[in-house]
Design a protein around this ligand. Structure first.
Ligand SMILES: NC(=O)c1ccc[n+]([C@@H]2O[C@H](COP(=O)([O-])OP(=O)(O)OC[C@H]3O[C@@H](n4cnc5c(N)ncnc54)[C@H](OP(=O)(O)O)[C@@H]3O)[C@@H](O)[C@H]2O)c1
Length: 330
């Protein structure tokens, strides 16, 4: 079967390999993958390339059809459409580092292949309202947004949700927050992307390039109060401004590092700083119910073929993308 594996520390090192089709054990299912999506973390697998770990199958997010099941499998049958979970061992309950060691496209083979085998506990049924590429946007980016908004806090109608940039996590969060009746403020380096965000329902927008003191602008837009929650996907120097934009008692979901180091202290003692690690299988299933009930359609900006994964990763690294990049697996 075809699998896209990493061989070197640049996007040309992401290459097609022919490898044996994996055979499921008694409690495992084999999935014929149909779609995958990229996340920023996949770029870091290239930038922080570890020769000792290569080659391995990239990507954490995908969707496909169960085409073989082990003898003891009860959760799925042949023909079910499924998405593998990001952390195969985190089924539910609180975040526990012991359950996070195995994660797709990093410590276990990822979704960038024609077939993959996972334990029957490590997949969820795909929401019937979504196409394969749309389902493939959910396991990491959307679930991270869901967990930040509805698991580590309870975002309520009328809450002001601040989102940074228009990448995969932020756009999924925009859709989920709007569905929950929140007021959304989103930032971007691009006015064209902000226009697209408004078309998706963003209430207020700020260009963080032309308005470098964007936290102050958030305060003005909220009558001085500040936002209730911010999803900090940027880290670095951005974290201090993200905290400045929050009201006392607000929540800063500590998620990412596109602008620097993750997890820098904001210096504020009067806000929550939950450290987010995607989400559990139970969180994923809860989110899927909300996606179906609210008719949410994930945003896919560009689609590439499996063999074009290296080129797709380069496009993501250039910051051109709004929402997600999809990978079609024929
Ligand atoms: N902790 C977790 O569980 C978890 C899960 C998922 C992702 N993450 C992390 O979260 C981050 C975002 O992931 P993603 O997949 O959504 O990335 P992505 O799709 O590649 O989006 C990145 C976006 O970040 C925006 N950006 C860049 N520099 C910025 C800055 N200085 N201030 C504000 N926005 C900026 C850009 O938006 P514009 O083009 O609109 O300016 C860019 O499109 C990554 O660091 C990723 O590793 C963490």
């Amino acid at each position: 079967m075809r699998a896209m594996m990493i061989h070197g520390p640049d996007f040309d090192g992401v290459r097609l390999n022919e490898v044996p089709v994996p055979v499921p054990g008694p409690h495992e299912v084999r999935i014929r993958m149909r779609a995958a999506t990229l996340n920023y973390r996949d770029l870091t697998r290239v930038w922080l390339f570890k020769p000792g770990a290569a080659p391995f199958v990239l990507l954490s997010c995908g969707c496909g059809e169960v085409e073989a099941v082990g003898d003891a499998v009860t959760r799925f049958k042949v023909g079910d459409r499924v998405a593998p979970t990001f952390f195969p061992d985190w089924l539910g309950g609180p975040q526990d580092n012991a359950l996070l060691k195995r994660n797709l496209g990093n410590t276990v083979p990822g979704t960038a292949s024609e077939y993959m085998v996972v334990g029957e506990q490590a997949a969820v049924h795909a929401p019937a309202t979504l196409g394969d590429l749309e389902v493939a946007t959910l396991p990491c980016a959307a679930l991270t947004a869901w967990r930040s908004l509805f698991c580590v806090r309870a975002t309520r109608p009328g809450d002001v949700v601040l989102l940074l940039g228009t990448g995969g996590v932020s756009i999924a969060a925009l859709q989920l927050a709007k569905a929950a009746g929140a007021v959304t403020i989103i930032t971007s380096s691009s006015d064209a992307k902000l226009a697209r965000a408004r078309a998706l329902g963003a209430d207020l927008t700020i260009n963080y390039r032309t308005t470098p003191q964007w936290a102050q602008r958030v305060r003005e837009l909220t009558g001085g109060a500040g936002a209730d929650v911010v999803l900090d996907v940027a880290g670095g120097e951005t974290t201090a401004q993200a905290a400045e934009a929050l009201r006392s008692g607000g929540t800063m979901a500590n998620i990412g590092l596109v602008a620097g180091e993750r997890g820098k202290s904001s210096g504020r003692q009067d806000i929550d700083h939950p450290f987010i690690r995607v989400g559990s299988r139970a969180d994923f299933e809860n989110m899927n119910r909300a996606i179906v009930a609210n008719r949410i359609r994930p945003v896919i900006d560009e689609v590439f073929e499996l063999e074009e994964l290296g080129r797709a990763m380069k496009v993501l690294s250039e910051g051109r993308v709004f929402g997600k990049i999809g990978i079609r697996i024929r």
